[in-house]
Design a protein around this ligand. Structure first.
Ligand code: FMN
Ligand code: SF4
Ligand code: SF4
Length: 624
C-alpha cells in the first residue's frame, strides 16, 4: 500500500534499480496477433530453458535479483512479422519466431550474447538487428505506445518502475482541478476517438457543473473495421489508462470511472481487470489516494460488440443496462451523461495521453505534432501494404511517409490506389495518389472534407474495386444501424440494395443519381454520427472513381475483375493444348473437349471458383 507521493517516488526508484539488475530481458510479444501465432508457447519454452540453467528471475521487483527475466509484453506493433521476441539490452528483434527457435535464441543470445541473424529483419540483403533500425520503427515516435512491448502489462511494479503514476502523484498532490483542466487545454490535447474535440475544454465543462456526482467514462468500444489501436493500449499498458482516468476524475470532481470494452476483447478485459486489482492493492485506486483525500474507483463494463455503442449516448445507455441506442442532444454528455450525471467521456488513447501531458508539461507535449494538433497519433495500418501493424507518428506526418516509409509500400510491387481512413465513424473517406502529401492532423484532413477518425487505415492497391469497397462499408453500417431513426434504418438499406445491384451487374445510371439523393438525405437527417457518415464511403468513391461505377452500370464490367458476377472464365483457344487437366478438376463439370483439341467452358454451369485457372499448366484460362 503506497500512502503518499514521496512513498511512490521511493518505491519507483527501488523497482527501477531492481529492473536494472536483470541483466538480460526477453520480451515475448503477448499482443493478440502474436498470441494467435503461438507466442505464449514461445514464452513458456524460453522461460523453461532459462529456468533449467538456474538464471530465471521472476517478476518481483521488491527484492533485487540478478539474472535473466522472461516477460510477456503487450503488442510490439510489427504484427506482420509476428510472433516477435525482443531481447534487451541488445534490443535485438527476432521475427516470425517458432517454438523450435527457442533453444537457439537462449543458447546464442541469452547465454552467449550473440545475435541469431536468421531471425532478424532483412531488406535488400541488409540485416537490421535492432528495432530502432528497422524502417517500420525508424520513422515512428512512440510516446503513448512507449511501454507497449517493453513492459509486462500484468505487473504494476514494472509500470511504476518506468515512472508510472508519477503524473497522478503530481496532479493529486500538487495541482488544483482547475489548473489540470487549464494545462490539458493549453497543451492542446484533442480527443483521439474521432472528432478531435479539445479534451481540456470538455473537462472544464464537467468541472463547472453544479451536480455533486460525476463520472469518468473510457470509450474502449473500438468497433471500426481495421482498427486495433485502443485494444493494443488496453492490452499492453492498462495502467496508463487507469492513470489518465484517475487524473480526469480529480480534475473534474468525479469519484467513479467506467471502462467500456467490447466482449470480443477478452485479453484487454483480463489485463485491465488485473491492473485495476493491482492498483487497488497498491492504494492507487480506492480511498484517500496518495494521501490526497481523493477517492476514485474504476469498473469495467463489457459491451456486446455493437458499433453504435461507441457513440457517447448509446454507450452510457448500454452501461446503464438499456439498449445501446443514441439519443437526441442536448443535453450533452458533459451535462447529463451516465445515470444522467455530468460525465467525462474520452477515448482510450486520449486518456493514455494525459500522463504524458502532466509529466512533460505544455512545451514538452507540444514538441511533437502541429500547432493545432499537438502530440502523436496511433494508427492501425492494414490492407495491401508490406508492413501492417500498430504504429504511432507525430501529428502532421504525411500519408506518403506512413504508407511508403513505415508501411514499406504496396505489396507484390503493385500500384497504390487509395487509402480508407477514419473508419465509418470518422468519416470513412478514400484518399488517392494526389492526397499522399496530406498531413495527418485534425485540421489538414478537415480541409479535404475528412477526419482522422479513430485511426484505422486500410491501404488498397490497383486490384481493389472501389464500388465493392463502398458496398462493404455500407453493408457494415447497415447491419450496425440501431434502427432508431428512419433515415438511417431505411436509407442505409436502400443504398446497400443499390450497391448490391451495381456489383451484380444489374445497376443503372439512374441508380447513381439515386445514391446521391439518398446520401444527402441520410447525412442531413439521421440522428447520430453513424447515419450521418454512412454515405461517406459512397460519396468519396463516387468523387474519385466515378468511372468505375460507370463501367459497372454501362459496360457491365468490373475493371479490377473483383465483382465475380461481372466476370467470365474463358479458355484461350490459341494457347490450350487440350491436355484435359482443367476438366478433371472443375467441381461442376463445366469444362469439356477432346484431347489435343481446345477445350471450352460452359459459362452457365461455371461457378467461377478459379480452380481451372490454377491448374492449367499453359496459363490458357483467364478471367475476363
Ligand atoms: C457510431 C459511432 C461510433 C463511435 N465509436 C467510438 C469508439 O469506438 N471509440 C471512441 O473513442 N469513440 C467513438 N465514437 C466517438 C464518441 O462518440 C465520442 O466522441 C468519443 O468517445 C469522445 O472521446 P474523445 O473526445 O477522447 O475523442 C463513436 C461515434 C459514433 C457516432
Ligand atoms: S443514425 Fe442510425 S445508428 Fe444512429 S440513431 Fe439513427 S438509426 Fe440509430
Ligand atoms: S488445362 Fe489448360 S491446356 Fe489443358 S485442356 Fe485445360 S485449358 Fe487446355
Amino acid at each position: 500500500m503506497i500512502k503518499s507521493f514521496e512513498e511512490l517516488l521511493s518505491v519507483s526508484e527501488t523497482y527501477r534499480k531492481s529492473l536494472e539488475k536483470q541483466y538480460i530481458k526477453v520480451l515475448v510479444c503477448g499482443g493478440t496477433g502474436c498470441v494467435a501465432g503461438g507466442s505464449l508457447k514461445i514464452y513458456e519454452r524460453i522461460k523453461e530453458l532459462v529456468k533449467e540453467k538456474g538464471l530465471l528471475v521472476e517478476v518481483n521487483l521488491e527484492k533485487e535479483q540478478e539474472g535473466i527475466s522472461v516477460k510477456k509484453s503487450g503488442c510490439h506493433g510489427f504484427c506482420e512479422a509476428g510472433p516477435l521476441v525482443r531481447i534487451e539490452p541488445f534490443n535485438y528483434l527476432y521475427l516470425h519466431v517458432k517454438v523450435e527457435d527457442c533453444e537457439e535464441i537462449v543458447q546464442t543470445t541469452v547465454i552467449n550474447r550473440k545475435p541469431v541473424e536468421r531471425l532478424m529483419f532483412k531488406s535488400n540483403g541488409k540485416v537490421y538487428p535492432t528495432e530502432d533500425e528497422i524502417p517500420f520503427y525508424k520513422k515512428q515516435t512512440r510516446t503513448v505506445l512507449e511501454n507497449c512491448g517493453r513492459i509486462d502489462a500484468e505487473h504494476i511494479q514494472e509500470y511504476i518502475a518506468k515512472g508510472g503514476y508519477k503524473a497522478a502523484g503530481i496532479a493529486l498532490t500538487e495541482m488544483r482541478s482547475k489548473e489540470i483542466c487549464a494545462l490539458v487545454s493549453e497543451a492542446g490535447l484533442r480527443g483521439r476517438g474521432g472528432g478531435g474535440f479539445p479534451t481540456g475544454k470538455k473537462w472544464e465543462q464537467v468541472l463547472n457543473q453544479k451536480e455533486p456526482v460525476k463520472y469518468v467514462v473510457c470509450n474502449g468500444d473500438e468497433g471500426d473495421p481495421g482498427a486495433f489501436m485502443d485494444r493494443s493500449i488496453m492490452e499492453g499498458d492498462p495502467h496508463k489508462i487507469i492513470e489518465g482516468m484517475m487524473i480526469a476524475g480529480f480534475a473534474t470532481g468525479a469519484n467513479n470511472g467506467y471502462i467500456y470494452v467490447r466482449a470480443e476483447y477478452p485479453m484487454a478485459i483480463e489485463r485491465l481487470s488485473i491492473a485495476i486489482e493491482q492498483a487497488k492493492d497498491y492504494g492507487l485506486l480506492g480511498k484517500n489516494i496518495l494521501g490526497s483525500n481523493f477517492n476514485f474507483d474504476i469498473h469495467i463494463n463489457q459491451g456486446a460488440g455493437a458499433f453504435v455503442c461507441g457513440e457517447g449516448s448509446a454507450l452510457t445507455a448500454s452501461i446503464q443496462g438499456e439498449r445501446g441506442m443514441p439519443r437526441v442532444k442536448p443535453p450533452r454528455t458533459v451535462e447529463q451523461g451516465l445515470w444522467a450525471k455530468p460525465t467525462v467521456l474520452n477515448n482510450v488513447e486520449t486518456f493514455a495521453n494525459v500522463p504524458i501531458v502532466i509529466n512533460e508539461g505544455i512545451d514538452g507535449y507540444r514538441k511533437y505534432g502541429t500547432e493545432t494538433s499537438p502530440g502523436t497519433k496511433a494508427f492501425a495500418l492494414t490492407g495491401n501494404v508490406v508492413n501492417t501493424g500498430l504504429i504511432e507518428v507525430p501529428m502532421g506526418t504525411t500519408l506518403r511517409e506512413v504508407i511508403f516509409d513505415i508501411g514499406g509500400g504496396i505489396r507484390d510491387g503493385k500500384r497504390f490506389k487509395a487509402v480508407q481512413i477514419g473508419g465509418p465513424s470518422g468519416g470513412c473517406l478514400c484518399f488517392i495518389e494526389k492526397h499522399l502529401d496530406i498531413k495527418l492532423d485534425f485540421d489538414s484532413l478537415k480541409e479535404v472534407g475528412a477526419m482522422i477518425g479513430s485511426g484505422g487505415m486500410v491501404v488498397m492497391d490497383e486490384d481493389t474495386c472501389m464500388v465493392e469497397v463502398a458496398r462493404f462499408f455500407m453493408n457494415f453500417t447497415q447491419k450496425e444501424s440501431c434502427g432508431k431513426c428512419i433515415p438511417c434504418r431505411e436509407g442505409t438499406k436502400r443504398m446497400l440494395e443499390i450497391l448490391e445491384r451495381i456489383v451484380a451487374g444489374n445497376g443503372t445510371v439512374e441508380d447513381i443519381d439515386l445514391l446521391y439523393e439518398l446520401a444527402d438525405t441520410v447525412k442531413n437527417t439521421a440522428l447520430c454520427g453513424l447515419g450521418k457518415t454512412a454515405a461517406n464511403p459512397v460519396l468519396s468513391t463516387l468523387e474519385y472513381f466515378k468511372d468505375e461505377y460507370m463501367a459497372h452500370v454501362v459496360d457491365k464490367v468490373c475493371p479490377t475483375k473483383t465483382c465475380k458476377k461481372l466476370t467470365k472464365i474463358q479458355i484461350d483457344k490459341d494457347i490450350c493444348k487440350g491436355c484435359s487437366k482443367c476438366s478433371k478438376v472443375c467441381p461442376v463439370g463445366a469444362i469439356t473437349g477432346k484431347i489435343k483439341e481446345p477445350f471450352t467452358i460452359d459459362t452457365k454451369k461455371c461457378i467461377k471458383c478459379g480452380t481451372c485457372i490454377d491448374t492449367c499448366p499453359f496459363k490458357a484460362i483467364k478471367e475476363v
